[in-house]
Design a protein around this ligand. Sequence first.
Ligand code: AMP
Length: 283
Amino acid sequence: MAHHRRAELLSDRAALRTRMAAWRESHQIVALVPTMGALHEGHLSLVRLVAARADRLLVSIFVNPAQFTPSEDFSAYPRTLEADREKLGTAVDAIYCPPVADIYPADFVTSISLEGPATTGLEDRFRPTHFKGVATVVAKLFLQTTPHLAVFGEKDFQQLCVIRQMVRDLELPVNVVAAPTIREVDGLAMSSRNVYLSEAERAVAPLIYHTLTQCAERLRQGDEANLVLAEGVAILEKSGFSVDYLEWRQADTLLPATTIEQPTRVLVAARIGATRLIDNIAV
Ligand code: AMP
């Protein structure tokens, strides 16, 4: 049987350092796609989005303990490195999958936390230490991998805003690229956590997207926002969802939206059974 050609696996900090030194020396433009693995079409679309803009593509796979709150699924989070390597094939040049100690050595005490509208509210109300964990690991990955570009999905829209804010504030020399959300044919946003859904939960899960679509449509028509959102919540809860939030926000600042004259988004987080799903769309 022929061997599949696959990307180089950089399993630790030392291997990354060697590879990056070689790329830098030959003046390669490097794009980083940070992920937690359990790769799906959404992740692969991020790779494709920047393929033409970089000489070298690097995917990082790191299930970041710092972004899980204690009650969350850190140990249960799917870890599927072999399948991930298969899926990436030769679409990327290398995969960086460091052990936890190469990101957080035993004496690690620094963190990056953001205040202001990008971080407060929405996810932050339900996962209070989440973005501190995200910002810290992304800053560290940027410094370790020194990419020219880094790609983030709009699926995690607040995360994208937090990263942009951090890059602006700290003048990190990285060009942040936003990628559109990839969905299943029935509208459900692809997510590594979708594997947690039972058959019955999977069947109602697309209602999240349909509710977002409906809300956006009504907001565009000028319907009263509080009413539109309350009805959206009611529709979801009637089908068994427990809604953490359903909100209308300005796309650039994440401040509450009141008009469609500037770009806005509707963002939702809802739990079905033990699984928490998030999604958002442009109005
Ligand atoms: P994760 O592995 O869940 O941390 O996601 C890694 C990156 O992929 C993040 O920038 C996500 O926003 C992005 N991503 C996850 N799901 C999707 C999707 N369905 N469409 C587009 N991007 C996604």
